[in-house]
Every structure is written in structure tokens, then in C-alpha cells.
Write a protein that binds this ligand. Structure first.
Ligand SMILES: Cc1ncc(COP(=O)(O)O)c(C=O)c1O
Length: 406
């Protein structure tokens, strides 16, 4: 019975070109990666779909620090943080992250989590109590949506980037605790939330902002401190989530907020309390990652990434105009090429792969129906020649009638 039910669901997914399949990478996360079945010779592909924005996932010094951490602390933490799993490496990482966030959040402390997904569930369920309202952006990441579903708070949604609607919702709310919840860089669109305007609204309506900077931490801001540095914002009302498996190249996430908020999370956040602490070696490796992000190398990687983004956008704008696709309005390393139809976006991704290039086709429910897209992401490990190769391949993969019209 269950199996029949699941088979019907799978068939329906297949008809709508919505089946998701995992691919197996045989080599490290890098622009040139080999992909294939376990027992087959893998195919080398030029890849534009990781979130490794600074190219640190395969950085020799960080891999070395991970091995060093394993030698010092062993493979696993052995228990949750509140039992016996909290190590010196975790504490050092939190201390360093708190120091990073201190210019933007008064009396900031930081709390390290195994993943960004868990950090978001933790913040929304611990702060989103029954006497609160969560005001959620419609394009928020799934982990924020799930956190809001689990929270006891009322949930109200406001349209993408629409501060007027949010203003009206805040005005009408009678709840004691008002929490605005938003991505900073939208994960499938690459554009930025209007955080300065959101903060002004928070101050006017005595609300707080929970901001998920998964795609900004490490890449945005002169020192890679993220969106708050980039926009020059500082407020006690900010609860900041940065993830450490994307630009930082390793794994995990942290929440930075006023020390009273962090103390509350340590005592109440179930996704923090009831799970085994991440291996201390991972936290140890992240200390090296932070050094690289804030140092000379981080600066030059961000500058190179900015050049690649400009090169890609210029080329994509011309191709999108010819093909009738929409290029998203993004200045970040996430560049969405919106094709619309699910099958057409899958076909475009397949045509690129036949040309040796891997770019993921993103379809509903990850993005709204009718906006299936190629989510092209850049890394500082790409070269200008890699980007030129991608643009050439997209031009070749364009549907025939568009090529003839061009
Ligand atoms: C905006 C956003 N928040 C949170 C997450 C979850 O972070 P993690 O992969 O560390 O669980 C992701 C992506 O994975 C994301 O894109």
C-alpha cells in the first residue's frame, strides 16, 4: 500500500520533470570535478553549482588544519554540547566569531551549530514562542520556512522585498514580540534583502530581525564579515545566522546575537541541546578558514570573484536577451538564468553537461512554479577562461530558433 502510493508519487514527479537525482563526485569540491557512478570511470566536468564561493572547500591549509584537529581531538565529539561534547576548539571558534560580529551587534556572543538548517530551526523555535509573531519573507530558505512551521508563534508572510506590506503588518500586530525573518542574500535569486530599511522598520515597531546570511558570510563586506559589514549596520535588534559550509568551505553555522539571546538558545534550543556536537576538528579547521577569509588571501579571492561576476553577467545578459530567458537582478556569486519551464531548464542543463559543464536546474518547490532556472554559482577558484567556456556552451545550447534569430 505504502509502496504503491510512493510509486504513484514518483511517476507524477517524473511526468512533471520534477524528479531529483543525486550525482556522485569522485574528486574534491573544485571547478574541475569528476562525476560518475561508483563503479564507472567518472566524467570530468567544469562545475558551476557549488556554494564554495571563495574556493576554500579544497584549500590545502584548511584540509591540513582539519587533519591536525583530528590528531588533537580525535574523530568525534562523543556527546552533545551540554553533556561533554563541548571542546576547546568549539569555544575558540565561538570566541573568534563573537569578535568578528562585535562591531555590528552590541555585546555579541556566538553559538556554533552542526548545520545552518539546525541553527535556523533553533532560532525560530526558541524565539518564536506563542506570544510572538514571525514576519517571514516569501522567498526565505526552506530551513527558515521549516523553523517557522515548528515555532509556536503566529506566522505572517510578506512579499519579496516589500517593506510597505511589512510596515502595515507590523503596524497591525498586537503581539508583544515581533520578529522579522529574512535571508540576506536570497539563495535561488542572489539578490539582497533591503536590510537597512528592515532595520528602520524594526526600530519603529519595536521588532527584531533574524537574518540568515548563509550566502553573504565570508563573501560580503571588506573583510568578509558578511552582510552587516557590507551595509554598515549595527543594532542590538539583530539575530544573525552565518553558515560555515559555503564561503568558509567547511561545515556548520553560527548564531551571533546579544549575549542574553545566546544564553537563551543554549538553554532552550532543542536543535542545539539534543544533538551530538560537531567533531571538534571541524571547528579547529574553521579557525584557519576565518584567518584566510579576513587576511590578504581572502581579500584577493573576493576581488577575483567580483571580476568573474561582472564577466559572467555581461555575457549572460546578452544571451538571455536572445533566448527570451530572464537574468536575475543579482550582484552576488549566485546568478539565476530563469528559463521558466521545468523540462526546458532540465534540457538546458543536460545540453551543457553534454558539453562538459555542470550547472544545476532548480525547479519547484525550491523555486516558485513557472520560474525553473539554471542557478549558476561562481567560485574564486574559477578562472576567466572557465567563465568564457560556460558562456560559449550556453550559446551553443540555446534553442535553435533563438540562435537563428540572433
Ligand atoms: C539561505 C540558507 N540558509 C540556510 C541554509 C542551510 O545551511 P546548511 O547547509 O549549513 O545546513 C542554506 C543552504 O544550505 C541556505 O541557502
Amino acid at each position: 500500500m505504502l509502496l504503491d502510493h510512493l510509486k504513484r508519487a514518483a511517476a507524477a514527479r517524473e511526468t512533471e520533470a520534477l524528479t531529483r537525482r543525486r550525482r556522485i563526485a569522485h574528486t574534491a569540491c573544485a571547478p574541475h570535478q569528476s562525476v560518475g557512478a561508483v563503479d564507472a570511470t567518472p566524467t570530468p566536468l567544469l562545475t558551476f553549482c557549488s556554494n564554495d564561493y571563495l574556493g576554500l572547500a579544497n584549500h590545502a591549509s584548511i584540509a591540513h588544519a582539519l587533519a591536525d584537529g583530528a590528531h588533537r581531538y580525535g574523530a568525534g565529539s562523543g556527546a552533545s554540547h551540554l553533556v561533554s561534547g563541548h571542546s576547546l576548539a568549539h569555544a575558540q571558534l565561538e570566541h573568534e566569531l563573537a569578535r568578528w560580529m562585535a562591531p555590528y551587534i552590541p555585546q555579541a556572543q556566538a553559538l556554533y551549530f552542526c548545520t545552518g538548517y539546525m541553527a535556523n530551526l533553533a532560532v525560530l523555535t526558541s524565539l518564536g514562542t506563542a506570544d510572538a509573531t514571525l514576519f517571514c519573507e516569501t522567498l526565505n530558505h526552506a530551513s527558515l520556512i521549516d523553523g517557522a512551521r515548528l515555532a509556536k508563534a503566529d506566522v505572517q508572510r510578506y512579499p519579496h522585498g516589500d517593506t510597505q506590506v511589512l510596515d502595515a503588518l507590523l503596524q497591525a500586530s498586537q503581539d508583544k514580540l515581533k520578529l522579522i525573518v529574512t535571508d540576506s542574500v536570497f539563495s535561488m535569486d542572489g539578490d539582497l534583502a533591503p536590510l537597512a530599511a528592515l532595520l528602520a522598520l524594526a526600530e519603529r515597531h519595536d521588532a527584531w530581525i533574524i537574518v540568515d546570511d548563509a550566502h553573504g558570510f565570508g563573501v560580503l563586506g571588506g573583510n568578509g564579515h558578511g552582510v552587516l559589514e557590507h551595509l554598515g549596520l549595527r543594532s542590538e535588534r539583530l539575530v544573525y545566522i552565518g553558515t560555515l559550509g559555503k564561503a568558509a568551505g567547511v561545515a556548520g553555522a553560527f548564531v551571533a546575537a546579544h549575549e542574553t539571546v545566546i544564553e537563551h538558545l543554549v538553554n532552550t534550543a532543542r536543535p542545539y541541546i539534543y544533538t551530538t556536537a560537531a567533531p571538534p576538528a571541524v571547528a579547529h579547521a574553521l579557525l584557519t578558514s576565518l584567518e584566510i577569509i579576513a587576511g590578504e588571501e581572502g581579500h584577493s579571492r573576493r576581488a577575483h570573484l567580483a571580476d568573474l561576476i561582472a564577466q559572467l553577467r555581461q555575457g549572460l545578459a546578452a544571451l538571455a536577451a536572445q533566448a527570451g530567458w530572464t537574468l536575475g537582478d543579482s550582484d552576488t556569486a549566485i546568478q539565476p538564468l530563469i528559463v521558466g519551464d521545468n523540462a526546458a531548464s532540465l534540457a538546458l542543463s543536460a545540453a551543457l553537461e553534454a558539453d562538459g559543464i555542470r550547472v544545476g536546474a532548480i525547479r519547484p518547490p525550491t523555486v516558485p512554479a513557472g520560474t525553473a532556472r539554471l542557478r549558476i554559482t561562481l567560485s574564486a577558484s574559477h578562472t576567466a577562461a572557465d567563465v568564457a567556456r560556460l558562456l560559449d556552451a550556453i550559446a551553443r545550447a540555446m534553442p535553435r530558433r533563438h540562435k537563428e534569430a540572433a
